[in-house]
Design a protein around this ligand. Structure first.
Ligand code: G6P
Length: 602
C-alpha cells in the first residue's frame, strides 16, 4: 500500500525517484508526487506516467522524496497526492499507513493557524512536524516529538528546505528500508526501488528512525536512543523483476510456475527421495513433532493457500489445523494453547493483519512460523522460524506464481512434519516423487494456453461465475474465483461442490456459467453428479480434469497426478483463464482498480 522513495546523494534525484516510483507502482497507483529540494512540488492524479509528463527532469537537485498512493483517506485526486507539507511549506513528507488520531491533532493545528489543503491524514503529520520544527529548530527533534503524538501506522520520509542535506525516515507498522550506496542513500518501501543502485540494505524496524545525509546514517529509537543495525546483502538482481518480453507481469509470472516450483524444492528433497530438509525449521523440529494444533493465518490468496495447507498437513502430518483470515484471528480471542503453533502465509511478508496476527500469537507465548516469499520482510524477521518460497519478486497485483510456491512449500512442510511423526517412507516418497514431476506437467498445461485464451474470449461477457471443487480442490475453487474477480471485475464465487444444493444452485441458469474442478480422484463421482445437477438446470459447465467426461459445455484437460498435488496443476488453467478474460476485456491486468499488491494498512 503506497510506495515511498527518498534519495540523497550525488545523482539527479528526479531520475532516481521517478524510476523508484515506477518500480513501486504495484503498491498503489491512485496518484503520485515528487518534491525535490529547492524546487516546487510535482503531483499528478493517476499512475506515475502522468507525473512523469509534468516533472522537471533536468533539475540538478540531488535530494528529494516521492510517493505513489493507494488512497485511504480522501479520493485519488491531485490535492491528496503526496508529498504533503506544512502551511509554510518548509517541511515535506511522504507517508504510507494511517494516522488514526489525525482528527484531534488537525483541530488543534487549525486553532494554531495551520491551513489544510488535502483530505488526508498524512497532511496532519506534515503540519505537526512543521509546527514542532519551528519550536525546536531541529528537524530530527521535531519528527521524534511528532511521532510520539501520533497513533496508527506509518512509514515516512521527511525533508525540509531549512535542513536541505538531511532526510529523516521512520517506521511503525509500514515497511521501510535504506539502500546504502557509494555516497548515496535510497530510502524505500521495498527493495525493488533500490536494487538498481545497491544491494546493501538496512531494514528499519517498528519504532526506529534514521537520520540520513549523503554519506552517513544514524539509526535510533524514536526516543533518541542510538542503535547499531546490521546491513543485509540482497542477492537477487533487478532483471528478475522485469517483464522479459511478456506483455504483462501476470502472464510472465504464470509462465514462470515450472521454474518457481524447482526453486521452491531446490535442495529440500533429500537424495533418498523420502525425506525433506527445511533449514529454516531445523531449530524447531521438536516443537513441530510434538505440536497438537497448527493455526494458519493469511489474507487473500495466501489464506486460500493456507486452506490447501490444512488438507495436506492433516493428511501427511496428522495434525489438526485451523485456518483463519489474519484480520479475523487478530480481533477475536483465538484460543491458543501451549504446544500449538501459528503459521503465517504471506507473499510480501508485510501484510498488516498477518503481521499483527503473528505478534498476537507471540504475546501469548506461541511458536510462530512463516511461509514467506519476500526475503528480509517483516514477517520473515519476526517469526521464530520458517520457510522461504523462493518464488522471486512478484509484481502483478494478483498473486499467481507466489500462490503456487506457497502450496508447494506447505506440502513440503506437511511431509517434513509427517516424517517426524508417523508418515511412512513409502508414502513420503510417493508424494515427493510427484512434486518433482510437477514442473514438466505444468509446462504441458502452459502449452495449451491458446485454447484457454479462446475460452476466455467466449466467456468474457458473462456477469457471474461459479467455481466449484471438493476436497483438495476446494481451496482452488475459491482461489480461481478470486483471480477472476480481481483482474476481470466479473462477479465470481467459489464453493464446495457439496454445498451447491444448499443455496447456490438456485442462481444457476444459462447466464451463470460454472467452472468445475473435477480430477479423477476420490471424489470424482460426486463432482460429476454435482455437475449433472447444474447441467439439468441449463447451467453451462467448464470442466477442468485429467479425464474427458464429455459432460461439460467446455473442457480443459490437464495431466494426471496425485490427488494431493492435483490443485497445483488445476490452478494453472484458472490463472490463465482469469488473465485472458482481463486481456479480452481490455483491462489493466497487472494493476486492477482499487487494489494494491502489499496491504500494509488494516
Ligand atoms: C493483496 C494482494 C493479494 C495477496 C494478499 C495477501 O490483497 O493483492 O494477491 O494474496 O494481499 O498478501 P501477502 O503479501 O500477505 O501474501
Amino acid at each position: 500500500m503506497c510506495g515511498i522513495v527518498g534519495y540523497i546523494g550525488n545523482k539527479k534525484a528526479s531520475s532516481v525517484l521517478l524510476k523508484g516510483l515506477f518500480d513501486l507502482e504495484y503498491r498503489g497507483y491512485d496518484s503520485a508526487g515528487i518534491k525535490l529540494q529547492g524546487e516546487e512540488v510535482y503531483k499528478a492524479a493517476g499512475p506515475v506516467k502522468n507525473l512523469e509528463k509534468k516533472l522537471h527532469k533536468n533539475s540538478p537537485s540531488q535530494v528529494g522524496i516521492a510517493h505513489t498512493r493507494w488512497a485511504t483517506h480522501g479520493p485519488p485526486v491531485e490535492k491528496n497526492a503526496h508529498p504533503h507539507s506544512g502551511t509554510k511549506r518548509n517541511v515535506w513528507l511522504v507517508h504510507n499507513g494511517i494516522i488514526e488520531n489525525y482528527k484531534s491533532i488537525k483541530e488543534e493545528l487549525e486553532k494554531k493557524g495551520c491551513v489544510f489543503i488535502s483530505d488526508t491524514d498524512s497532511e496532519v503529520l506534515a503540519q505537526l512536524i512543521e509546527v514542532l520544527f519551528e519550536e525546536s529548530g531541529s528537524l530530527e527533534q521535531a519528527v521524534r516529538s511528532a511521532l510520539a503524538r501520533v497513533e496508527g501506522a506509518y512509514g515516512i520520509v521527511v525533508s525540509s528546505e531549512k535542513e536541505p542535506d538531511v532526510l529523516i525516515a521512520a517506521r511503525m507498522g509500514s515497511p521501510l528500508l535504506l539502500g546504502i550506496g557509494e555516497g548515496e542513500y535510497i530510502v524505500a518501501s521495498d527493495a525493488a526501488a533500490v536494487l538498481k543502485y545497491t544491494k546493501d540494505i538496512l531494514y528499519l524496524e517498528d519504532g526506529e528512525l534514521a537520520v540520513i545525509t549523503k554519506d552517513s546514517h544514524r539509526v535510533m529509537c524514536t526516543n533518541g536512543k542510538e542503535l547499531q543495525k546490521d546491513i543485509v546483502r540482497i542477492d537477487h538482481d533487478i532483471e528478475v523483476v522485469q517483464k522479459d518480453g511478456f506483455e504483462h507481469y501476470m502472464e510472465k509470472e504464470i509462465m514462470e510456475a515450472p521454474e518457481v516450483i524447482l526453486n521452491t524444492i531446490r535442495g529440500r528433497i533429500l537424495p533418498n527421495g523420502e525425506d525433506v530438509r527445511l533449514g529454516g525449521l531445523e531449530d524447531v523440529h521438536e516443537d513441530l513433532r510434538d505440536t497438537t494444533r497448527i493455526h494458519i493465518v493469511g489474507c487473500g490468496s495466501a489464506y486460500y493457500a493456507g486452506l490447501y495447507g490444512k488438507y495436506v498437513l492433516e493428511k501427511f502430518a496428522g495434525i489438526p489445523v485451523d485456518v483463519d483470515y489474519a484480520s479475523e484471528f487478530r480481533y477475536r480471542n483465538p484460543v491458543l494453547q501451549k504446544g500449538e503453533i501459528v503459521l503465517a502465509v504471506s507473499q510480501s511478508g508485510e501484510t498488516a493483519d498477518t503481521l499483527e496476527a503473528i505478534r498476537e500469537a507471540k504475546r501469548k507465548g506461541i511458536l510462530t512460523l512463516g511461509v514467506v516469499n519476500s526475503v528480509g520482510s517483516s514477517i520473515a524477521r519476526e517469526t521464530d522460524a520458517g520457510v522461504y518460497n523462493h518464488a522471486g519478486p512478484e509484481i502483478s497485483v494478483a498473486s499467481t506464481k507466489a500462490f503456487i510456491s506457497q502450496m508447494v512449500a506447505l506440502l513440503l512442510i506437511a511431509v517434513y512434519i509427517g516424517r517426524l511423526r508417523s508418515l511412512s517412507k513409502a508414502d513420503a516418497k510417493e508424494v515427493l516423487d510427484e512434486i518433482k514431476n510437477l514442473p514438466d506437467k505444468i509446462s504441458e498445461i502452459l502449452q495449451t494456453s491458446a485454447s484457454i485464451k479462446k475460452l476466455a474470449e467466449k466467456y468474457k461477457d458473462y456477469k457471474d461465475f461459479l467455481y466449484i471443487g471438493r476436497k483438495y480442490n476446494f481451496p482452488i475453487a475459491l482461489e480461481g474465483a478470486l483471480k477472476l474477480k480481481e483482474v476481470s471485475y466479473i462477479h465470481a464465487e467459489g464453493y464446495g461442490a457439496g454445498e451447491m444444493k444448499h443455496g447456490p444452485l438456485a442462481m444457476i441458469d444459462k447466464n451463470f456459467p460454472v467452472l468445475a474442478i473435477a480430477p479423477k480422484d476420490s471424489v470424482y463421482e460426486k463432482m460429476i453428479s454435482n455437475t449433472e445437477e447444474i447441467r439439468s438446470r441449463n447451467g453451462k459447465v467448464i470442466i477442468v480434469s485429467d479425464v474427458s467426461s464429455g459432460i461439460g459445455e467446455d473442457e480443459i484437460l490437464v495431466p494426471s497426478t496425485l490427488e494431493q498435488t492435483s490443485p497445483i496443476l488445476n490452478l494453472i488453467p484458472l490463472q490463465l483463464f482469469a488473465y485472458y478474460v482481463s486481456l479480452a476485456k481490455g483491462l489493466d491486468v497487472d494493476r486492477p482498480r482499487n487494489l494494491a499488491k502489499s496491504v500494509t494498512v488494516e
